[in-house]
Design a protein around this ligand. Structure first.
Ligand code: N01
Length: 542
């Protein structure tokens, strides 16, 4: 079946048990689970196909930084046995093929509608149902609304004064053209040094005549050590998937790793560096960060790991001044999302690559020819925006959502997201956010967190049906308590010290709140399961 579906708007008002917003992994699995319950659902997505983030983010070098076998569904053993990943870290095209395979395998296509954005969802207090409006003018009536909208899907649009006057080509990493971009012989500028930039810069630099990188905040990046899948490893793993997956579910980050209780400051420097080196050599996000138990809690401990990584940058970049510019020094290691790269720092040894430090010379404006900082004007053929997302809340608040009594979700969340378990919002019955703020979400392997939320929501839908309940709504007290707990957990770590998208700090005017829940995947799952087993404690079922 085709992976690009063009759909015309239906004229009649449709009725479903659920509207699912988003056809990424969360939306597809939600649909599959609901079908298993004999319930009806329709998935809507603005894209022309499935895949969510992997549909849009097609920039050069885009790949997952969670290992392929971990970044895979585990709910069906046949699926995980038959699928073969070709690399340790799968590329965007390979992950998109996997997403299409899932849609084909479970014959999801007839219940998914593409090129359709959900404009609004309003809870009808009399009917106890949601009335959902698409940008095609369709109205859908549904008992449940599931926001499977992704955490990093609402892109920050370019806002540099004069950006609309630039006469050259412009691209956003998060909306990359399907046909690709040929940078050969071109003078290119890229704004941003987050994961998207760090993955694309080495490849753009290889093609372009010259690349200028505009950096506001340097990022910690570690080498991915990507390689083809090791056949012996994966053959063995496939035999022990059940226990491996169970370990992942119980783990802190949704990836089975050895947990240590050792503290960095209790070890000698030589021991520490040996441990950090071993972590570095794993080529994974948790290799160095997981070396000691106190790295995310104690600044002095964290400094030892941060300095280890900075030394690696200094050893890689030939020009010492340039190396210092690339070394983060004003936030703890790991508190802004670290990156995995292939040849990122090495790229800056090329004469055709220049780094502009926006902390010294901020961006001022754009014109027809290029970009101006406070110090200089740069002419470009192409400008790439790798400027990130309104993370975790943006994709939810960009839909006009109103709950009981017409109250708006944007108003409820004006001081930061309010919800219970990171899943449901008081006053918005039968409304669920998959991997929402207040859940482990972006601090975990998303596949594990997606499966956990989708299974919890579908169990709840089944419970409601079997117990003749038409609505579920968290109590304001339970919600308040959860929000406080999430904040306290965040405050016990070093995360609040960074101006990161975890804190909402990258979006002007966004409240400064630590968005994900740092309680760990395993303990969080236990809490959710206990609450369900206790008759959905903290929820009002009617
Ligand atoms: O976005 P980012 P991203 N003027 O927000 C800069 C996931 N991901 O798309 O740090 C100048 O990290 C901004 O500067 P600063 C992953 O979770 C995963 O790269 O705000 N600069 C920053 O450098 C990741 O963390 C993979 O000071 C401006 C950059 O733009 C998340 O997505 C791959 C600016 C934005 O970096 C987001 O990554 C890619 C301005 N006005 C992404 N506005 C995988 O491997 C922003 N910046 C799975």
């Amino acid at each position: 079946m085709s992976n690009e579906v063009t759909t015309n708007a239906n004229s009649a008002t449709a009725t479903y048990d659920a509207v699912i917003v988003g056809a990424g992994f969360a939306g597809m699995y939600m649909l599959h689970k609901m079908r298993g319950l004999g319930m009806t659902a329709r998935v809507f997505d603005a894209a022309k196909g499935v895949g969510g983030t992997w549909y849009w983010n097609r920039y050069p070098g885009a790949r997952c930084d969670v290992m392929s076998h971990d970044y895979s569904f585990s709910f069906d053993d046949e699926l995980q046995q038959e699928w073969e990943w070709s690399e340790k870290y799968a590329t965007q095209p390979e992950i998109l093929r996997y997403a299409n395979h899932v849609a084909d395998r479970y014959e999801l296509w007839p219940d998914m509608q593409f090129e359709t954005r959900i404009a609004s969802a309003a809870f009808d207090d009399d009917a106890n149902r949601w009335s959902v409006l698409t940008d095609q003018g369709e109205v859908i009536s549904a008992q449940h609304v599931v926001m499977a909208t992704g955490t990093l899907s609402a892109a920050k649009e370019p806002d540099l004064p004069g950006c609309e006057t630039f006469a050259g080509e412009t691209y956003m990493t998060s909306k990359w053209p399907h046909e690709g971009v040929d940078f050969t012989g071109k003078t290119v500028g890229i704004i941003g040094t987050g994961s998207s930039a760090i993955q694309s810069i080495p490849i753009i630099a290889e093609q372009a005549a010259h690349l200028t990188v505009f950096q506001r905040t340097p990022n910690f990046s570690l080498p991915a050590g990507n390689c083809p899948t090791e056949v012996a490893f994966i053959t063995d793993l496939k035999k022990r998937y059940p226990s491996y997956r169970q370990e992942a579910k119980e783990s802190f980050f949704g990836v089975p790793v050895e947990v240590t209780e050792e503290c960095a400051l209790e070890a000698k420097q030589s021991e520490r560096n040996a441990k950090y080196q071993a972590g570095w050599d794993t080529g994974s996000l948790v290799g160095v960060l997981g070396a000691y138990a106190d790295l995310l809690f104690d600044k002095e401990a964290n400094d030892t790991a941060a300095e280890f990584v900075r030394e690696k940058v200094r050893a890689t970049v030939n020009d010492p001044e340039l190396a210092e510019l690339l070394c983060p020094d004003d936030y703890p290691f790991g508190t802004k999302r670290p990156c995995l790269d292939t040849g990122y720092y090495e790229t800056f040894n090329s004469e055709d690559v220049r780094l502009v430090d926006l902390r010294k010379t901020p961006l001022v404006s754009m014109d027809g020819a290029g970009i101006s900082t406070t110090d200089e004007h740069f002419d470009f053929d192409v400008v790439v925006y790798a400027t990130g997302f309104d993370a975790m809340t943006g994709a939810v608040t960009r839909v006009d959502i109103s709950g009981v009594g017409g109250k708006k979700l944007v108003d409820e969340w004006v001081g930061g997201p309010q919800n219970y378990l990171g899943l449901c919002v008081a006053g918005f019955p039968n409304f669920y956010v998959v991997t929402g703020p207040g859940s482990p979400s972006v601090l975990s392997n998303m596949m594990v967190s997606i499966e956990q939320h989708v299974e919890w929501i579908s169990d709840l839908m089944e419970y409601m049906r079997d117990n003749d309940k038409s609505t579920i709504d968290p109590t304001p007290d339970a919600q308040e308590e959860w929000v406080r707990h999430v904040a306290e957990a965040g405050d016990s770590t070093l995360y609040p010290l960074a101006n990161s998208w975890y804190m909402g700090a990258n979006v002007p005017g966004k409240p400064r709140v630590f968005l994900p829940y740092i309680g760990g995947c395993g303990p969080y799952r236990e809490t959710c399961d206990e609450i369900a087993a206790d008759g959905y404690r903290g929820f009002a079922l009617a």
